[in-house]
Design a protein around this ligand. Structure first.
Ligand SMILES: [Fe+2]
Ligand SMILES: [Fe+2]
Length: 334
């Protein structure tokens, strides 16, 4: 195989794409046969591990309350993946057109990526239905996948690929470091993210290849504008996260009933928002692999602009870092 087919201005690393195709074939799974296997959720279990939910900071919650908040956060966690996979898949299909009349191995890698994201979206819809059947009514997932996809896709491909790599890296770290070793989480929930992780490993490799390829075809001015786009995308994710944290807390307080001290309600709002910012933005921004690629594609000034935009979000998330004993760098230049 020619490792550098040159049908475009940028050499395509066919061998790299070929290895993702081989891995994709090797790990391929089916929603019913492999993941669900006729099971349902047992609501005696937590869904999201404490090390992701940041729930241990709320020492005033009793065991059923922490379990309930873990289940609400876990439901949102699955829905958030269904949400981002809509725009990720749109972008992957768009990028695949570049390879249609070029490297067919790269094309296959992207088509498999797209096919897998469609399957993942179906999986997360199924999970939402199953969990909805086990929880009281009133839960609300605020963001609309198609609206979010339209807004995200109006930004430059460079910025969308950066955000996509960030997401697809934290997916893997959350599974390996938190979900897999957790002893209290639902076995079915753990399997959902085990199988999801198996296919996400290939996606992150393709994100990196495509981000670097797209970057190589841009002018310095285009890249500079793309950095602004990336900052706007991160702020848009933060807007979604803020709205969902508030909706999830309202739902929790409603189904839990009774009253909390004002001070504890304020702590819940602040703590859940900080946890969500860590989950969906900061843990990915702190990934060493993400930082390495970002640093290789940006100037010092561009990197500083990104850092300064993220810093206020990180400041709020710090208490959660301490409370859950997670050691994750959150500054891209460190
Ligand atoms: Fe996925
Ligand atoms: Fe993915």
């Amino acid at each position: 195989m020619n490792p550098f087919s040159t049908t475009t201005a940028f050499p395509i690393q066919s061998e790299q794409y070929a290895s993702t195709v081989a891995a994709s074939k090797r790990v391929r799974w089916d929603i019913d046969r492999d993941v669900i296997r006729g099971r349902d959720f047992d609501m005696d279990h937590k869904l999201l591990p404490d090390s992701i939910s940041g729930i241990r900071q709320f020492e005033f919650l009793d065991k059923p309350e922490t379990r309930m908040l873990s289940q609400i956060q876990g439901r949102t966690y699955a829905n958030m993946f269904g949400l981002v996979e809509r725009f990720i898949n749109c972008k992957v299909l768009e990028l695949s057109r570049h390879h249609c009349t070029g490297d067919q191995v790269a094309l296959e890698a992207l088509i498999r990526f797209s096919d897998e994201e469609l399957k993942h979206q179906e999986l997360f819809r199924r999970i939402e239905q199953m969990i909805a059947g086990k929880m009281p009514s009133g839960y609300h997932f605020v963001a609309q996948p198609n609206e979010v996809a339209s807004a995200v896709l109006s930004k430059s491909t460079w910025s969308v690929m950066g955000l996509t790599l960030l997401i697809e890296l934290f997916t893997q770290t959350h599974y390996l470091k938190s979900i897999e070793p957790d002893q209290e989480c639902s076995p079915l929930y753990k399997d959902v993210f085990l199988y999801h992780w198996k296919e996400e490993s290939q996606h992150a490799r393709i994100d990196e290849l495509e981000w670097i390829r797209v970057n190589a075809l841009m002018s310095p001015e285009e890249r500079d504008r793309a950095v602004d786009d990336m900052i706007e995308l991160v702020m848009a994710v933060d807007g979604i996260v803020r709205a969902q944290a508030a909706a999830d807390l309202d739902y929790f307080l409603k189904i839990r009933g009774g009253a909390f001290f004002e001070e504890n309600i304020a702590r819940l709002h602040e703590g859940v928002l900080a946890a969500y910012r860590w989950q969906y933005i900061l843990s990915g921004a702190g990934e060493r692999r993400f930082q390495k690629v970002l640093r290789s594609l940006t100037t010092d000034d561009q990197l500083r602009r990104i850092e300064e935009a993220i810093a206020p979000l990180a400041a709020l998330a710090e208490p959660v870092e301490k409370a859950t004993n997670r050691a994750q760098p959150i500054h891209v230049s460190t």
